[in-house]
Ligand binder design. Sequence first.
Ligand SMILES: [Fe+2]
Ligand SMILES: [Fe+2]
Length: 180
Amino acid sequence: MYLGFFKDTNWRHALSVENVVGILEKAVEAEKAHAERLKALAKSISHPVLRTLLMGIAEDSAKHAIMYEAVLEIARGKIGILSPEELNAFRSEVSHHIEVEKRMIEVVEEALSALDDPRAKLILDAIRNDEIRHHALLLTLKDVVAERDTIEEGEFWTQVWSGSRQDSRHYVIGPRSRPG
Ligand SMILES: [Fe+2]
Ligand SMILES: [Fe+2]
């Protein structure tokens, strides 16, 4: 069982850097294993809503593995600085992805208005919320990252991160648009 490490790691009391790194490494593996097993279960289920919900947890778990890996890098003292090449790549791509997310909001809203089944609407509404968040986050990143020549650490990223957790300040599309 991949959560066994919580029992034999005295992580609440002995938080040396080595211990934290060890816990994070195990958490990465635990999340990946959890995601794979959930995905296998989801694929075996024919009910579309139950399958979707399980798959959603699996995808979140895969995302948590990536997030733990980021924390690991920070815990190991590795703070990546954006290179000029990376910054250029971001600048040239971000507008494309903003447009794609915008189109995805339109697509999901078309589907929402065309279908009456409450189960379908439930799933489509969840997609719509995600797409609004993606679109808003990319707009925020374009604002704060793409326009800058130097990317500073610390408070800057704290603000970007907390902005990314909030909903849709930029969202102005479609009949259901939310207030600014
Ligand atoms: Fe998780
Ligand atoms: Fe999206």
